[in-house]
Design a protein around this ligand. Structure first.
Ligand code: ZN
Ligand code: ZN
Length: 298
């Protein structure tokens, strides 16, 4: 991060602030903060590659409100992620109702005990973009570890069989995650969602050919190792997400998270890489389109 002294009127000499929008974006954040970028983040085109707008059967008008709120902030495309069969059906319904929204279907490690019967039918839904989120969560361990491993392996096999992207959730389970992936074979289009490792884990993921998706955690004060990982990720493997309604990024902590806030994740990643937010918006848009095989523009 940049510790150079900045004047409030013209940070980093990138031109004057535009009074209305910029003042709204940068209220009460500390000096030198990535969220204090002089760029107008809402003027850029963003994509949130992992959120839960349909969260646990949210009413249709709530989904619509989030999609509209996102579009007003420049977030014109989002991937809403299923966590169990019912939740995946809700994700698919949200995608059917909104051309900006794409759905995934999968069984989260928390719900691995419920099995994956019926998942394969959902994966045949036209336009569905990924299997997941699936993986291992040894932090909460809501399902036994051996069941989590088996259900994760089954979903990797489904990603191969249906030629879909694989959306991985892993927490406190790096070694087993890599073991299962290596045993099943790493799908060509694999995403570590809400990547929370440091440089070493980042390199292991990248060596497998996977993509790293950064969430609001990259905006938190104590996330220096994560920002190191964001700095070393190659341009063509970088993604940004909100994982909303969880993990609200700075400077909106305390509020409910939503796709509109992905721009603050992008700004923090840009700061960590010494790049402009505009460059990160463009390359994460392109990478998301490639990884999920979305149309190039929308
Ligand atoms: Zn997750
Ligand atoms: Zn999620």
């Amino acid at each position: 991060m940049n510790s150079e002294k900045k004047g409030p009127e013209q940070p980093e000499g990138r031109g004057p602030l535009r009074p209305d929008r910029d003042r709204r974006e940068i209220t009460s954040v500390p000096d030198g903060d990535p969220a204090q970028t002089p760029e107008d983040l809402t003027a850029l085109r963003w994509v949130d590659n992992h959120c839960h707008v349909h969260h646990r059967g949210a009413p249709a008008d709530q989904v619509t409100a989030q999609v509209e709120d996102a579009a007003a902030a420049g977030v014109t495309r989002l991937v809403t992620v299923g966590c169990d069969l019912d939740d995946s059906r809700a994700a698919i319904a949200a995608a059917a109702a909104h051309p900006e929204v794409y759905a995934t279907a999968g069984v989260h490690p928390h719900d691995a005990s419920g099995g994956i019967d019926g998942l394969e039918d959902l994966l045949r839904t036209p336009g569905l973009v990924a299997v997941g989120e699936c993986g291992l969560d040894y932090f909460y361990e809501h399902s036994p570890r051996d069941v989590q491993r088996r259900i994760f392996a089954d979903q990797i096999a489904l990603a191969h069989a249906h030629d879909l992207a694989l959306m991985i959730h892993t927490r406190d389970a790096w070694d087993d995650t890599f073991d299962v992936l290596e045993a099943e074979g790493v799908p060509e289009r694999t995403i570590f969602h809400c990547f929370t490792g440091g440089p070493d884990e980042a390199r292991r993921c990248l060596d497998l050919g996977a993509h790293l998706s950064f969430s609001g955690i990259v905006t938190f004060k104590h996330s220096d190792e994560l920002r190191e990982a964001a700095a070393l990720c190659p341009d063509d493997r970088l993604l940004v997400e909100t994982d909303s309604p969880y993990l609200t990024p700075h400077p909106h902590r305390g509020e409910r998270n939503r796709p509109a806030l992905v721009r603050f994740v992008g700004a923090a990643v840009a700061a960590a890489r010494g790049r402009s937010a505009a460059e990160i918006a463009q390359l994460t848009w392109d990478n998301t389109a490639r990884v999920y095989r979305l149309p190039a523009a929308q």
